[in-house]
Design a binder for this molecule. Structure first.
Ligand code: MG
Length: 162
């Protein structure tokens, strides 16, 4: 069994008149995340961790913000593509663990739904995905609700050919 590990990080600014999409679900809130795509920071962190595990670069390489093609893109579609890159190379996800840093809203009630959504996109089981939510104790820009950030680590596995 071969294994590889990757980590990812993303942050997006909170802004009015935007949807708050995290882990592929629409979370009711007065502000949403600003970005070229749907700005799903958690999904982006997971994608970067998956790419990083195989030294395949980062999401900016595959989905450049300068390309109008990705304007308003559903990050679940992008995640599906990244999963394809991994699977094409014979790798599969062992598990994912992640942390979302958001002062508001409270994410705990949405975590099970996010895990289900990401598991469906990745064609894995929800128990292979950990999502933890924390505040930033009102410290700094994250604590002042200027943005939401996410960290992810991903373990990939592949059966040895020999
Ligand atoms: Mg991003």
């Amino acid at each position: 069994m071969n294994i590889r590990i990757g980590n990812g990080y993303d942050i997006h600014r909170l802004a009015p008149k935007r949807k708050l999409i995290l882990g592929g679900i629409d979370i009711p809130h007065t502000l949403g995340l600003l970005g070229h795509s749907d700005a799903d920071a958690l999904t982006h962190a997971i994608m970067d961790a998956m790419l990083g595990a195989l030294s395949l670069g980062d999401i900016g390489l595959y989905f450049p913000p300068s390309d109008p093609k990705w304007a308003g893109a559903d990050s679940q579609k992008l995640l599906e593509q990244v999963n394809g890159l991994i699977r094409d190379r014979g790798w599969e996800i062992g598990n994912i663990d992640s942390v979302v840093i958001a002062e508001q809203p409270k994410l705990k009630p949405h975590i099970a739904t996010m895990r289900d959504r990401l598991a469906t996109t990745l064609a894995i089981e929800p128990d292979q995905i950990g999502i933890k939510a924390t505040t930033h104790e009102k410290l700094g820009p994250l604590g002042q609700e200027e943005g939401i950030a996410a960290y992810a680590v991903v373990l990939l596995k592949k059966e040895s050919s020999d």
